[in-house]
Design a protein around this ligand. Structure first.
Ligand SMILES: *[C@@H]1O[C@H](CO)[C@@H](O)[C@H](O)[C@H]1NC(C)=O
Ligand SMILES: *[C@@H]1O[C@H](CO)[C@@H](O)[C@H](O)[C@H]1NC(C)=O
Ligand SMILES: *[C@@H]1O[C@H](CO)[C@@H](O)[C@H](O)[C@H]1NC(C)=O
Ligand SMILES: *[C@@H]1O[C@H](CO)[C@@H](O)[C@H](O)[C@H]1NC(C)=O
Length: 488
């Protein structure tokens, strides 16, 4: 009796939940044609009943339930994930089906779809200076939330408490992500293999990363421009830095340089952030000019036997550099292109007076001190063919060189600017060094017609001036087009 009463109460409670239908149901018993309900057509009534019935007695398959105790299935429905992957439909079948996001029957009922477990291992770098603090991060995603275990060189280390480990639950909808950071203080072994394993009742995955000691050596040779007047101290500096750097050795050409009556070497060492820094200072004491033009090399050697070197040609002169003699193009540019001093070009002497004087290719006094020489603007025009058939392609090449700056190139045809079109292509390539710019322009005429014949002028200009070169395309009696470079 009591059971029946409880059952009845439950039904009434459910009915109450569905809306204030109790009153409506009573009203239905005695249909008053003047009431709203009375005006419902039979068809509308049928529709209403069909809808109510389909919702109430939707036959959920036995295999169709919500497996998540945490209420995540409602979030799966809210985020429209039911169709994202089959495992959502499998583990949130009831919620997804009731929300009509999946059909009542389907492959998800076979309970085969597995929740994938995935893992990522990351670190800021894989090479560290000796003594660094290294943090490795593992992010694992799965359901139920995976647990993370670390291995170093295939030995489990999480349970030893040897390393600092920080674990954070990053949450997620149904699929949960956990993050584990392992921190290795004072990392000092050359090589270690770190592996993260994520495991849950569904399975396990592993991912590994290898950490090395950074054995990179850096070497710096100063001064940037080793061009000296002999009356000054001639000092070369070499700074080497690295986790394993052990010494610096100097060479003059192929001969090792040590402390002697000609050279003095002073070395300072420091240790910072796991890196050793060696600063070696080489002073050339005597007969300085006898080593002018020689190659000096600074070689840094690491304990592991590796080495790295920097070399520079050093110029020292005892001639007096005239006060009006400067490197107008800049000391670095003149040093980088010091070979140009040997070409005996007036403008190079003017722009790199000091460098060329100390190198010995230019005397300390002379007309160059008052020179206003500029680089000649050069232009050459040529064609790859002297003769092409009517309708063939012609390629005209215009090569220029100049300084300072990058000269411009333009093409003229019959005194009007030639521009790119369906059958005319223009391509430009430049190669500029601090003391000279070479610019080349290629004009290609596709399918040469009578209207394409005539005189083509290549024109180049820079701050110094302007120069032209011309080439002639002529249709000859044999129907071929002749290209004549010697046009003035
Ligand atoms: C329901 O699950 C069982 C395994 O638990 C499976 O053998 C059966 O085929 C499933 N039913 C359907 C309709 O897929
Ligand atoms: C791992 O990284 C990939 C690509 O960076 C990303 O698509 C994936 O979601 C990540 N997985 C986890 C578990 O963080
Ligand atoms: C490494 O961490 C320890 C402790 O947190 C700290 O004292 C030390 O300065 C850190 N070392 C480096 C190189 O950052
Ligand atoms: C070039 O110019 C001349 C004179 O202005 C003209 O007669 C000739 O047709 C022109 N040629 C082309 C191919 O445009």
């Amino acid at each position: 009796m009591l059971r029946a009463a409880l059952f009845l109460t439950a039904i009434l409670a459910v009915a109450g939940d569905a809306g204030d239908s109790a009153a409506e149901a009573e009203a239905l018993d005695v249909v008053d044609p003047s009431s709203l309900v009375g005006q419902l057509t039979v068809l509308q009534l049928k529709e209403l009943i069909a809808e109510a019935v389909s919702q109430a007695v939707l036959p959920l398959h036995n295999n169709c339930t919500d497996y998540s105790e945490t209420g995540d299935c409602s979030l799966v429905v809210e985020n429209d994930l039911c169709n994202e992957a089959e495992f959502y439909a499998r583990y949130c079948c009831r919620s997804c089906t009731l929300a009509k996001q999946i059909p009542t029957y389907g492959p998800h009922l076979s309970l085969t779809a597995e929740v994938p477990i995935s893992i990522n291992v990351t670190t800021e770098a894989t090479k560290y200076p000796r003594g660094s603090n290294v943090t490795i991060t593992c992010e694992a995603t799965g359901y139920p939330i995976p647990e993370v275990v670390w291995f170093r060189n295939y030995n489990e280390i999480s349970s030893t408490g040897e390393y600092e480990e920080q674990v954070e639950d990053l949450g997620g909808v149904f699929l949960k992500t956990i993050r584990s950071d392992i921190i290795i203080h004072d990392y000092s072994v050359d090589y270690s293999h770190f592996q993260c394993m994520a495991i849950n009742s569904g399975g396990l995955v592993k991912s590994a990363i290898t950490i090395n000691i950074d054995t990179e050596l850096s070497v710096e040779f100063l001064p940037e421009v080793p061009i000296f007047e002999a009356k000054d101290d001639v000092i070369l500096d070499c700074v080497a830095q690295g986790a394993d750097v052990s010494e610096i050795i100097w060479f003059r050409e192929v001969e090792q340089v040590g402390n002697s009556n000609q050279y003095k070497i002073i070395e300072r060492r420091s240790f910072e952030d796991g890196l050793t820094k060696i600063h070696s200072k080489l002073t050339i004491l005597r007969h300085k000019t006898s080593v002018s033009g020689n190659l000096f090399t600074c070689t840094a050697i690491s304990r592991k036997g590796g080495n790295k070197e920097e070399w520079k040609r050093v110029f020292i002169s005892d001639v007096d550099v005239h006060p009006n003699c400067h490197d107008l193009a800049g000391g670095i540019s003149c040093y980088e292109e010091s070979h140009r001093c040997e070409y005996r070009q007036e403008y190079v002497y003017r722009y790199c007076c000091r460098t060329c004087t100390i190198m010995g290719t230019l005397s300390s006094y002379g007309p160059h001190l008052r020179s206003d020489a500029e680089a000649p603007l050069e232009i050459f025009i040529q064609s790859s063919d002297v003769e092409i058939p009517f309708g063939g392609d012609a390629t005209l090449k215009c090569r220029t060189s100049g300084f300072p700056g990058r000269q411009s190139i333009s093409w003229l045809k019959n005194d009007t600017m030639a521009e790119e079109s369906d059958n005319i292509q223009i391509e430009e390539v430049a190669n500029c060094t601090p003391l000279l710019c070479e610019v080349e322009s290629l004009l290609t005429i596709k399918g040469v017609k009578v209207s394409d014949t005539g005189k083509y002028i290549c024109r180049t200009s820079n701050v110094i001036g302007m120069k032209d070169a011309a080439i002639l395309l002529r249709l000859m009696g044999d129907g071929n087009i002749y290209i004549d470079e010697d046009v003035v």
